[in-house]
Design a protein around this ligand. Structure first.
Ligand code: 5GP
Ligand code: ZN
Length: 123
């Protein structure tokens, strides 16, 4: 898509701090992080919003979501379980859709937000 910021990032026309890439997906650091870890997972294919994803995109959506815990692990904010079953760590996964959903960039993305300190902010 012409004039789409994240298509340009996917095409390397605009630089980003990438943390993961394969033939379908790119994950990169958010330019204005809301927490110590703030990564955006995008499909390389242009899909404007979650509501624009069709039946043909179900595998791609699954792939995007399945990447989130891998990114969290690599970024050091994955869910941790101690020997007693206690939980620590963890992260937030977020998709904003449309004006009322607070979407600013109209190319589908999953936010992965977390970090060494618990983060309970709103977005
Ligand atoms: P949305 O509100 O659409 O869900 O989130 C868009 C996100 O994209 C925001 O968190 C914003 O900081 C991030 N963002 C906007 N422009 C750029 C950019 O040029 N590069 C990067 N890495 N992130 C961006
Ligand atoms: Zn796009």
């Amino acid at each position: 898509m012409d004039n789409c910021l994240f298509c340009k990032i996917a095409a390397k026309q605009i630089p980003s701090a990438a943390v993961y890439e394969d033939e379908d997906l790119l994950a990169f650091k958010d330019i204005n992080p809301a927490a110590p870890v703030h990564i955006l997972i995008i499909p390389k294919k242009h899909i404007a919003t979650l509501s624009d994803a069709g039946a043909q995109d179900e595998a791609l959506l699954g792939k995007m979501l399945a990447l989130a815990p891998k990114i969290a692990r690599e970024q050091g904010c994955d869910l941790k379980k101690d020997a007693d079953g206690g939980l620590s760590g963890g992260y937030k996964t977020l998709i904003n859709t449309g004006p009322d959903g607070g979407q600013e960039v109209y190319h589908l993305h999953i936010h992965v937000i977390g970090g060494p300190k618990p983060w309970r902010g709103q977005r």
